[in-house]
Design a binder for this molecule. Structure first.
Ligand code: DX5
Ligand code: ZN
Length: 215
């Protein structure tokens, strides 16, 4: 069975604790936290202080997606704040191996992220070292965008590499996931689906999560 990681980017920030408890009670597997810096992506969201505030609210693993330039500078702060996974974009990490080792040295699971136009070959030499590969199915920056189907063959490719090499990694997709596109992603090999608007735009989060889980 695949996992659902609600993105709190689409939650009501004035009631963040309630919004997190709601999805935990509704069957979420991870809490996905979108960190944006206004440089790597055009939007600005939250930093380690928010992760620290969320940590005691939920037992679910905190899946921190860094959409920031110079992620190395902030990895320690996010680890201390209680992140369970920290994922960095290959496009923002010139010393990817060092960055991944840094995350792991802090006892945190490490992920790499590929933008829709970045080829899977970019992670060929790091895939053995990571716990998670995140494939963006929209260009990062905002919730509520449309799914880019040309990413599907990339999901398949990552799954094939993982199987061929006996790698026990999470294959996560992020952006435009709804009850239709969820099936396409899972069929291609994804086992963690991030969903923001498909969950938080609905009053009943439990029903929204169930709709994503059964297609
Ligand atoms: C996009 C973020 C996503 C976003 C997904 O930059 O990384 O996690 O919140 O939102 P939806 O599911 O609405 O596309
Ligand atoms: Zn994300």
């Amino acid at each position: 069975m695949f996992k659902i990681a609600p993105s709190i980017l689409s939650a009501d920030f004035s009631k963040l604790a309630k919004e997190i408890i709601d999805v935990e009670n509704g069957g979420a597997d991870y809490i996905h936290i979108d960190v944006m810096d206004g440089h790597f992506v055009p939007n600005i969201t939250m930093g380690p202080i928010v992760v620290e505030a969320i940590r005691p609210i939920t037992k679910l693993p905190l899946d921190v997606h860094l959409m920031i330039q110079n992620p190395d500078q902030y990895i320690e702060a996010f680890a201390k704040a209680g992140a369970d996974y920290i994922s960095v974009h290959v496009e923002a990490s010139p010393h990817l191996h060092r960055t991944i080792q840094h995350i792991k040295s802090l006892g945190v699971k490490a992920g790499v992220v590929l933008n829709p136009a970045t080829p899977v070959d970019m992670i060929q030499h790091i895939i053995n070292d990571v716990d998670l590969v995140l494939l963006m199915t929209v260009n990062p920056g905002f919730g509520g965008q449309s799914f880019i189907p040309s990413v599907l063959p990339k999901i398949k490719k990552v799954k094939e590499i993982a199987d061929k090499n006996g790698l026990n990694i999470e294959i996560e997709v992020d952006g435009g996931v709804n009850s239709e596109t969820a099936k396409l992603c899972v069929d291609a090999g994804a086992n963690v689906l991030v969903a923001g608007s498909a969950i938080y735009n609905h009053e009943n989060r439990k029903k929204a999560i169930e709709a994503l889980k059964k297609f």
